[in-house]
Ligand binder design. Sequence first.
Ligand SMILES: Nc1ncnc2c1ncn2[C@@H]1O[C@H](COP(=O)(O)OP(=O)(O)O)[C@@H](O)[C@H]1O
Ligand SMILES: [Mg+2]
Length: 350
Amino acid sequence: MSAVHDDHLLAPEALGDERAVEAALRPRSLEEVVGQHRVRDQLGLVLEAARLRERAPDHVLLSGPPGLGKTTLAMIIAHEMGAPLRLTSGPAITHAGDLAAILSGMNEGDVLFIDEIHRMSRPAEEMLYMAMEDFRVDVVIGKGPGATAIPLEIPPFTLVGATTRAGLLPGPLRDRFGFTAQLEFYDASDLDLIVHRSARLLEVSLTPEGAAEIASRSRGTPRIANRLLRRVRDYAQVRADGVVTHEVAERALDLYEVDPLGLDRLDRGVLDALCRRFGGGPVGISTLAVAVGEERETVEEVAEPFLVRLGFLARTPRGRVATPAAWAHLGLSAPEGAPLGSDPGLFDVD
Ligand SMILES: Nc1ncnc2c1ncn2[C@@H]1O[C@H](COP(=O)(O)OP(=O)(O)O)[C@@H](O)[C@H]1O
Ligand SMILES: [Mg+2]
């Protein structure tokens, strides 16, 4: 990635060596899950009902931005059902045959987790519809006129799909999930609980004010909260007496260039380009990405959702536009005739 985002400190995806630490911090039961009360209650009911009927639960779709707990919930579903979890991802399933191989190895009640399910190939997707609905697939042997389809029965299983882009899922696939959980960004008090919980597990000593400071800069995302906690701990051990106080957290996060709202260099770069170089927009997302030297996907999936959520950026049919709050955050005043007046809602798409 480019210099703008090379530290990845606020990247919502898991980074290299982070997976092992994450595994240690993952809640293992619904009970341990912090926040997401609605999803937790609904999912709890779905699982409880399945247990009473002694049937595999309905297929579950988990959707939401990275780092909010989709993989965690998939593991919890299997754990709560006392079932083995089989784990794969959309990009790993390039042919229908890959999926057929996975499905044919399933046992009754198994949970199949397909991460990034929106990135599966078309033919695999079509095979999946059938497997989800009828617990059967047709495996095609041979090619051309001589090809034959051999039906294959699959024991009832539960599919758990995760996606950051529910909108990219074809309707027929979306419709076959009995339950869809839309994960939301976490509020500061939930993140605060998560920081305290992780600190306990990692044996980091921190004060309530230190935890609150980390929570408030974590952009509503548990993965980021956990990552900032570890960086602040480093700072506390090297530059202080090991205790994460408010002051230590503040100094460390300033050093890592995470601002008090949780904006990092990429977010500020995007805002800055939008206001200073494009007069507040409207400007296309690809142009904006080029201006900050970043991949379009990164700007669209990482920076933009958070900027929209803060009310700094609005998506309009003609492109991205800075709101008055964005100008104010940069310490600038919106020029006369800036594209957005006082009602960003007027311009909203989707
Ligand atoms: N509700 C939660 N309570 C506590 N920790 C959480 C919660 N959701 C996520 N986490 C933490 O955040 C990390 C990232 O979660 P993960 O399930 O991998 O996110 P996703 O799959 O949506 O990208 C996990 O390691 C876990 O420690
Ligand atoms: Mg995940």
